[in-house]
Ligand binder design. Structure first.
Ligand SMILES: [Fe+2]
Length: 276
């Protein structure tokens, strides 16, 4: 074999390895589990499990979302929360969303809030009507009471600020925070608003939006996130400020930046622990 052929084979081999690597990084779903000890959580909710799904961006994970559902089927949970950007406004397709929702609804109660992409989706009203028709609780600046063994906590959901609903993001957050005696879970797409959630004394917030910083580097963390720019503070994991915990999902899909590196799609499972 002459030198040119050897070089060509090396290049083909390297390209194939790179393609396999990037395919794995963008499609192999991981499950991240967190246990959080929460001072104000009623004892009845000790061990309560919440599955968080975020930022699907109408991505397919196999035919009929088979690979995603295979992962979810391995997890135990009491409720499912979906923290926005379920569709992608740049290339909206409702079929991956419908396929997922139809399979989630029989498993547990599903709560959903909008992300910034929902505000740009043509036909968002149809999406919301579909969600509601399937039994998904769409929380648009409102809350529900969760009950367990005689105890009650609040699950509230806030519209993404880009939805421009009602009196605005901060006023709506303030209004939802006023039931001071209740332990309060908040679903909000935006992690960068953590200072506000903490000021308003939400107990536990679920957010997404940051896509894990797209590229995760050792010692550096996430490289870029929307509304935070380069080297974002809030890109994954559990954060605590004051009395408020916030869980950030790295999400499942991509949007403008089409690649994840060392940042696989993620399902998050949170177990609530009472400190009493
Ligand atoms: Fe987003």
């Amino acid at each position: 074999m002459n030198r040119n052929k050897r070089v060509f084979l090396w290049i083909v081999g390297l390209v194939m390895v790179a393609l396999l690597f990037f395919c794995f990084q963008n499609n192999a779903i991981g499950i991240t589990e967190h246990e959080i000890a929460l001072k104000r959580l009623p004892v009845s909710f000790d061990g309560y499990k919440i599955l968080q799904i975020s930022d699907l961006h109408n991505k397919w994970f196999g035919v009929s979302q088979k690979r995603l559902m295979a992962k979810i089927d391995k997890i135990e949970f009491d409720i499912i929360v979906i923290t926005g950007d379920i569709g992608d406004a740049r290339r909206y397709d409702d079929e991956p969303i419908h396929s997922l929702i139809e399979q989630l609804v029989p498993l547990a109660p599903v709560y959903y809030v909008t992300g910034n992409h929902e505000s740009d989706i043509d036909g968002y009203d149809a999406l919301e009507a579909y969600m509601t028709s399937q039994g998904v609780r769409v929380l648009r600046n409102e809350y529900e009471i969760l009950k367990k063994d005689g105890a009650e906590i609040i699950i509230a959901g806030i519209d993404d600020p880009t939805m421009h609903t009602g009196t605005g993001f901060e006023s709506a957050l303030l209004k939802l925070s006023l039931n001071e005696t209740y332990f309060k879970i908040l679903l909000s797409h935006r992690p960068e608003k953590m200072a506000l959630y903490s000021t308003l004394n939400y107990d536990l917030v679920f957010s997404g939006h940051a896509h894990g910083g797209q590229i995760r580097m050792p010692f550096i963390g996430g490289v870029i996130a929307p509304h935070q720019g380069f080297f974002p503070k809030y890109f994954e994991g559990v954060h605590v400020e004051g009395e408020t915990y916030m869980v950030i999902s790295r999400g499942l899909g991509n949007s403008l930046f089409p690649l994840r590196v060392f940042n696989r799609p993620e399902l998050v499972v949170v177990t609530l622990n009472s400190t009493d």
